[in-house]
Design a protein around this ligand. Structure first.
Ligand code: SF4
Length: 726
């Protein structure tokens, strides 16, 4: 710790101590030691002394013992040359400053000199209860003690507005040359008070004790800690009360002393002054203790990051209603203003974890033309790039958060989203377009919902949305290896190597009786969730849509039927689906929602199956295009002979293994075949099926069953010699 900081803290604390000694001596001389001393509206007498020392101070002559304790705590200033960094000295001095300040302020109340006009002074227990509950249950994510004035009125307004936006309470204390931040906000016509979360507490630095008294009573009231249990009271403040200090301008000694007291309570201090030395992580606060941020636009985001405040955005501020009630809503062609993705345009969504300094929380950049520039009924390319940062965020969580984009978009009235990754298809209704919904609102939704649901791991969210075709292609190009890397993580694991599969019930808003059962060798049918994602998702949110399912007793090894899985599926499909086979298309296959990347369907005359992907709009040998098939396969139904799947399941060793597996595959669109060729060739080689992938027909070879049968006979396709499928 900087000698400069420690020296300033000790000098400041000694100043408060001497002031407390003098005012106590004067008060005892004037009123007598038996005179009552208290703050108004509290059952905790002098709360800091009550919590840290265990003393129930009611009379003046109990205060000398407090100052004796302060004297013991106050160390000497470090010597010029023989200084050993020692954080404890500064923290002890900080605590002595708080105890001295409480003594001074209590005597001010006794002398009737407590409050300045327009400032609250001491904060009562009733306000503590009212707002403190919000603080500890997370509705109010934290509070800031701002020691100011700010360098300009604009910076003062900007700072409190940034805090207000995040529901963080601002306490205003201290002044310079008589000017406080309250004066600045007043000049700018900013409304202040408890209702607006901007509370002027006192004009001088002494009043900062009222803010810290408010916090320490949280430990006594909501934490249930006993008076005198200083260790647990301080720990409670650090772990449960997300407070921090902001100081504007060069920090004087007395501010340093209060700051050290705040740091002892676990509250970091962020200074805008370029000369402030930094104190990095020491273990007293959750992260850093004293941080410099000279860019005022970054001041509040830095505070949030340093304190680890979990921001909640109460309202999703968009011009249409936002609720899970709209999740299952469809936007039909005739109701549509514009669409993106599907077979109509290029579209991709990608969520990536980045370094905290790389993004500004809440920033949404829109590039290219907006929805207004598209003719009604038209289509537009779209790239959605969400970047998140958080100290607890992990690379493994990217896919899980990315998959939430689907749900979040669907909660906006009149905005329909299906698919994932570079397979999305969205529609915006005419009504929602007329209400003012534009691209930037997608960013608003992402910011609010990710903070709301994943605030435990994400501190910052920034969004870039582009409709520029070149930029969309760049995002798509960048995302492909990332998607592949996510899929590869699970390669090598087998279903037999685990005793637990994972559920996914996220699509139940569209298909109430659909459960994806995700196994190491069978990913979710949207292609976005594999077994490791299910595991990580459960870790982040143990009550969320991905639950571990113990396989239990194996009922049929060939079909992949397990007692535990059957029970889970039955209980989670409103008791509709009684039996579930993980590896069969014919017997109790998995239900399908509407997000599948592909549909696998039997081709009875070929004794095999075909696979068709969402992007393929042409004819198939069974006479139905993807769109017609999707209408009968989706919706959460169990349809023997048809299966919604992820692309990669086609290359799995467990691909319809109950019916003989990969050798059954007789037809698939060329694009799909080329996309999975590498993995499929490996799967075929494992089955000693040399040259098999080229035996599978595609649309350039056959689009009718006659053409297909002719091709299969010509290439001696193995399906023709397998046991009858029906
Ligand atoms: S398709 Fe399956 S895995 Fe994908 S989000 Fe829906 S329920 Fe989950």
């Amino acid at each position: 710790m900087s000698r400069e900081v420690v020296s300033a803290v000790i000098r400041g604390a000694k100043g408060f101590f001497e002031e407390a000694e003098a005012s106590l001596a004067e008060a005892i001389a004037k009123h007598g030691g038996d005179h009552q001393v208290e703050f108004p509206g509290t059952a905790f007498q002098l709360p800091m002394i009550h919590a840290l020392m265990g003393l129930e101070v009611g009379k003046l002559d109990q205060l000398p013992a407090v100052l004796e304790h302060c004297r013991d705590l106050l160390p000497d200033e470090p010597a010029e040359k023989l200084f050993l960094p020692y954080l404890g000295n500064a923290l002890d001095a900080g605590v002595a400053a708080l105890l001295s300040l409480e003594t001074i302020c209590a005597i001010r109340y006794l002398n009737g000199q407590a409050g300045d006009d327009g400032f609250t002074g001491f904060i009562s227990d009733s306000i503590l209860r009212e707002l403190g509950i919000q603080l500890v249950d997370g509705r109010m994510p934290g509070f800031a003690a701002i020691l100011g004035p700010a360098p300009s009125d604009e910076i003062a307004v900007h700072t409190v507005r940034e805090l207000q936006k995040r529901s963080i309470l601002s306490f205003l204390v201290a002044n310079r040359d008589g000017k406080s931040m309250r004066d600045q906000l007043d000049d700018q016509g900013v409304e202040m008070g408890w209702d607006t979360y901007i509370v002027p507490v006192g004009r001088d630095i002494h009043s900062s004790i009222y803010v810290l008294d408010w916090a320490i009573r949280g430990a006594l009231t909501f934490g249930g800690h006993e008076r005198g249990d200083w260790r647990n009271c301080l720990r409670y403040c650090r772990e449960r009360i997300f407070a921090f200090g902001i100081t504007f301008g060069a920090i004087p000694d007395d501010w340093y002393a209060v700051g050290a007291g705040a740091i002892a309570m676990g509250f970091p201090v962020i200074s805008d002054d370029p000369s402030t030395p930094e104190i990095r992580a020491t273990g007293v606060t959750t992260y850093e203790a004293l941080v410099r941020q000279t860019d005022h636009t970054q001041l509040v985001p830095t505070c949030i990051q340093v304190r680890g405040v979990k921001v909640k955005v109460e309202k999703v501020d968009i011009p249409v209603s936002f609720s899970p009630a709209f999740e299952g809503e469809r936007v039909r062609k005739e109701e549509m203003h514009v669409q993106v993705g599907g077979k109509y345009s290029n579209a991709v969504e990608l969520l990536e974890m980045v370094d905290g300094d790389a993004i500004v929380d809440g920033q949404t950049d829109v590039h290219g033309k907006d929805f207004d520039a598209v003719e009604e009924g038209g289509a537009i390319d779209l790239g959605l790039h969400v970047q998140v940062a958080g100290r607890k965020m992990q690379k493994d969580f990217e896919g899980i958060l990315e998959r939430q984009i689907h749900r979040y978009c669907n909660e906006a009235m009149g905005f329909m989203h299906t698919g994932q990754r570079d397979q999305i298809w969205c529609r915006l209704s005419k009504a929602s377009f007329a209400a003012g919904f534009r691209l930037s609102h997608i960013g608003t939704i992402m910011h609010a919902k990710i903070h709301d649901e994943y605030g435990g791991i994400v501190d910052k969210v920034a969004v870039t949305i582009t409709t520029d075709s070149g930029e969309v292609e760049q995002i798509a190009k960048r995302s492909r290896p990332l998607f592949d890397a996510r899929d590869e993580r699970v390669a090598g694991m087998t279903d037999e190597s685990v005793d637990t599969f994972y559920s996914c019930t996220m699509c139940q808003s569209f298909a109430p009786n659909h459960v994806c059962v995700i196994t190491p060798e069978r990913l979710g049918l949207c292609g976005a969730y594999n077994w490791l994602d299910g595991q990580a998702s459960y870790e982040i949110n143990p009550t969320g849509p991905n639950q571990p399912i113990l396989k239990g007793k194996c009922l049929d090894e060939r079909a992949g039927e397990f007692e535990g899985i059957n029970r889970f599926v039955y209980d989670n499909t409103s008791q509709t689906v009684e039996r579930f086979s993980a590896y069969s298309i014919m017997e109790n296959p998995m239900t399908s929602c509407g997000c599948f990347e592909c549909i696998v369907a039997i081709v009875p005359e070929a004794n095999g199956v075909m696979a068709v992907n969402r992007e393929y709009a042409g004819d198939t040998p069974i006479g139905m295009p993807f769109s017609t098939l999707a209408g009968s396969v989706g919706g959460g139904l169990q349809t023997p002979g048809f299966l919604g799947t992820g692309r990669l399941y086609l290359t799995s060793g467990k691909f319809i293994s109950a019916e003989g597996g990969l050798p059954r595959l007789v037809w698939m669109p060329r694009e799909l075949k080329e996309d999975v060729r590498g993995k499929m060739e490996k799967a075929a080689a494992a089955l000693n099926l040399d040259g098999f992938v080229d035996k599978i027909a595609d649309e350039t070879i056959a689009t009718t069953s006659e053409e297909l049968l002719e091709h299969l006979a010509k290439v001696d396709h193995p399906a023709l010699k397998m046991d009858p499928l029906i």
